[in-house]
Design a protein around this ligand. Structure first.
Ligand code: ADP
Ligand code: DP6
Length: 185
């Protein structure tokens, strides 16, 4: 069982992968990074004979398949909202800190809370639209106006808010605020 689970959410191109990778490098063997999207991408890669590594990266390749992956994964979630969360946790090792880098829905937070109680911390990464556009964001209907990107817009129970817009919080500042949530471990 982990001692703390950091649940990161944020709209696409806000910097979830960027920040959680930096955090992982600093925490090294104390932490494990889990991705709810990993089983979705694995399934899709197998089904459509796609390049899984490209789907796991931050290139345009992933964006071509995002809408289909969202639609398929929503069908699965409608039957069992914890389906992908459970698979993502299955292979986790006994590291004290788990980092979940892609929380998107209230039901994701609910599932972790139900299964790990008060070990969870909710972290929201924000970036203004101009910054996200510079990082490759282009609005797409069916992607940016559905639960995948919007379900947590009205969620308020954040333990930490991070502004990852260009020219705002420095990386060191962002990381040290996250360390505040795991100090003592
Ligand atoms: N603070 C930052 N400084 C420089 N580049 C950043 C920063 N945050 C994110 N990026 C870059 O922006 C792009 C999108 O970030 P990413 O972490 O993939 O976003 P998300 O996982 O939220 O979609 C990546 O190329 C990433 O390296
Ligand atoms: C089908 C998805 O799981 C694809 C998510 O891929 P990423 O988590 O890689 O996306 P970014 O926000 O750009 O980091 C979305 C979903 O609604 O489950």
């Amino acid at each position: 069982m982990p001692q703390v689970i950091l649940l990161f959410s944020g709209k696409r191109k806000s910097g979830k992968d960027f920040l959680t990778t930096h955090l992982q490098n600093l925490l090294a063997d104390k932490c494990e990074v889990l991705k709810i999207s990993h089983p979705i991408k694995s399934h899709w890669a197998k089904e459509k004979n796609l390049n899984l590594n490209e789907l796991l990266g931050d290139s345009e390749y992933k964006e071509q398949y995002r809408l289909d992956m969202i639609n398929w994964s929503e069908e699965m979630r409608a039957q069992d909202y914890g389906y992908f969360c459970r698979i993502a946790c299955q292979d986790a090792t006994d590291k004290p800190i788990w980092i979940v880098s892609d929380i998107r829905r209230k039901t994701d937070i609910k599932w972790f809370k139900e299964n790990y109680g008060n070990k969870t911390r909710n972290i929201r990464i924000m970036a203004d639209e101009e910054t996200r556009k510079k990082r490759g964001f282009i609005f797409k209907s069916g992607v940016d106006d559905v639960a995948s990107e919007c379900d947590l817009d009205d969620f308020v129970d954040w333990d930490l808010l991070i502004d990852n817009s260009e020219g705002k919080q420095k990386l060191e500042e962002q990381l040290s605020s996250i360390f505040g949530l795991v100090s003592g471990l």
